[in-house]
Design a protein around this ligand. Structure first.
Ligand code: AMP
Ligand code: AMP
Length: 332
């Protein structure tokens, strides 16, 4: 088998442009499975050799035949919009460990995984009655922070939950510090952990509340929300690097018992003024925070001396696996 026999495919949204561009740069044929509204985008950027239009994300499951020679690279839209049980059963060359996406959408499993790895995590309150400090109310799935809110007392919680009855939520201690998203890549081919970059998010309205005076904020009776709009690149203090590598290694190690993680993943953290790093979530696939680095991050440049995005790094791994006859090891 060589790379001419294989295409790289993904569904159209989230990080598809980056994944497909990276695959093309490594010499793969590419295609995208896209809903109608996004088709003009993939046409415009010319990153896909073929575009398959679908009416609904779940039509993806009817495409086994078309995807026969394609390796599917998953991203958050899979977690957000697709039936993961169906995805698990589909006959498909899937990059990564298919079971892992379901862990990500289950906050309990996610939590066990992080604790298993010995990472510092915010306190979880098992009942609203226990709320005794600032707590962030978060919903399940890769929702990008949509609808989250902060409360300080049980009464406040019940009042705000009224509008979103029946939704599954988690109550997490609100950590005051700066958000920092760490983009990892664990290469199974080279048995090496890499850090590809860092970002922070640009969230509405929380990132704009500081643009109005405190007295006006109070008058407007604002509700904070964390709906993601985009991502901003960050370079971190170099002296913090050992800590981030250590954290990533622990995650890879503790995932071994659950079937293993490889390829891209991200730890979503808050760094406190004491420089303690609290991990509040893990994404077990490429994150959109890698998009500002479509032509490489400072860290991929330092490692490779070339413009390597996470999308391209994935394609490099797939290519290496094909060329060394180890493709099976990275498909799950
Ligand atoms: P979309 O295809 O844009 O609807 O995104 C798919 C999922 O990924 C949604 O749940 C989004 O909230 C999440 N998402 C999209 N873009 C970003 C981003 N830049 N950062 C973090 N999450 C995102
Ligand atoms: P998530 O959907 O879990 O990535 O969270 C969305 C946003 O909520 C993050 O970017 C943070 O700004 C904020 N956030 C989430 N969890 C916490 C926490 N425990 N403490 C403080 N801020 C948080």
């Amino acid at each position: 088998m060589n790379i001419n026999d294989i295409s790289i495919a993904t569904i159209g949204s989230h990080t598809a442009l980056q994944i497909l561009r990276g695959a093309k740069d490594e010499g793969f044929r590419t295609f995208v499975i896209s809903r109608k509204d996004m088709v003009p985008i993939y046409k415009n950027f010319r990153v896909a050799d073929k575009i398959i239009e679908i009416g609904d994300y779940n039509d993806f499951f009817t495409l086994e035949k078309e995807l026969e020679n394609a390796i599917i690279v998953p991203h958050a839209s899979f977690v957000a919009y697709m039936n993961l049980e169906k995805l698990e059963k589909m006959r498909l060359m899937y990059y990564g460990n298919r079971k892992i996406l379901a862990w990500e959408s289950d906050r309990t499993i996610e939590r066990e995984w992080l604790n298993d790895a010995g990472l510092k995590t915010p306190v979880i309150f098992s009942s609203p009655e226990e709320i005794n400090r600032a707590v962030i109310v978060k919903f399940y799935g890769a929702g990008g922070g949509k609808g989250y809110f902060v409360v300080r007392k049980p009464g406040e919680f019940y009042k705000k939950m009224d509008a979103v009855k029946g939704k599954k939520y988690v109550l997490q201690e609100y950590i005051v510090g700066v958000p920092l998203y760490v983009h990892y890549f664990y290469s199974k081919m080279n048995n090496e952990l890499e850090i590809l970059g860092f970002d922070k998010r640009y969230e509405s309205n929380v990132d704009s509340i500081g643009r109005i005076a405190a007295k006006d904020q109070i008058n407007l009776e604002l509700e904070t929300s964390y709906n993601i709009v985009g991502n901003i690149p960050i370079a971190i203090r170099e002296s913090m690097m050992p800590q981030f590598f250590e954290m990533g290694m622990r995650v890879v190690k503790s995932a071994k018992e659950m079937g293993g993680i490889h390829g891209p993943f991200c730890l979503e953290t808050i760094v406190t003024p004491e420089l303690d790093v609290y991990v509040f979530e893990i994404s077990a696939r490429i994150v959109a925070g890698t998009n500002p680095f479509a032509n490489g991050s400072p860290y991929t440049y330092m490692k490779y001396g070339q413009n390597i995005s996470t999308g391209r790094r994935i394609a490099m791994e797939i290519k290496q696996a094909i060329e060394s006859d180890r493709l099976k090891e990275i498909l799950g």
